[in-house]
Design a binder for this molecule. Sequence first.
Ligand code: AMP
Length: 218
Amino acid sequence: MNLILLGPPGAGKGTQAQRLERAHGLVQLSTGDMLRAAVAAGTEVGKRAKEVMAAGGLVSDDIVVGIIADRIAQDDCKNGFILDGFPRTVAQAEALDTMLAERGMKLHHVIDMQVDDEILVERVSGRYTCAKCNAGYHDKFHQPKVAGVCDICGSTEFKRRADDNAETVRSRLEAFHAQTAPLLPYYESKGVLGTVDGMAAIDEVTRQIEAVLGFATA
Ligand code: AMP
């Protein structure tokens, strides 16, 4: 099964993608993670993306489309993938349609994770991840079970994203409303759009997503 998690920054796309990856063996494809890795490695792509990302804008379509085209061609995507943070523009969505068609692949579901803008700034400003396995946490809403120790891999090192600050989040939200929200009617017209309440508790959001995907829920 191939799906897209669609929602504003802080909607919980990464958290839910990791859960679906662990539960169902789908591969999480996060363009944000891939771009951050490119920036850290100082590659050509990283150099082109760095400033735009720091300002909370969108990296050019040709860069992210190229990254995803390379990634979905890899073997581990054959059993299904979760796009987290891609597509973010209608041009990217059209490019995705073309690359899937060329590979005989299909997009099964697009999940619209709805969250009010007002709570996103607080959500994003408090979040951090395990430096080793990338599991997501939050100062207020989702702390590790043992303080300072990752629930998943036991690492004691964590990191915060440079763009997870109140000012940049506002720019990222503007980019979402102007450039990404038009994807909702785009996918609705294709009959693949499902909606979940991204403001519910993390387990409840997972339950709602699994219901949309048709996985059995307890
Ligand atoms: P994310 O980790 O998904 O919040 O993405 C972090 C940043 O990477 C965004 O604010 C953008 O600058 C850039 N980015 C990630 N995915 C895309 C995309 N599909 N199109 C354009 N820019 C992207």
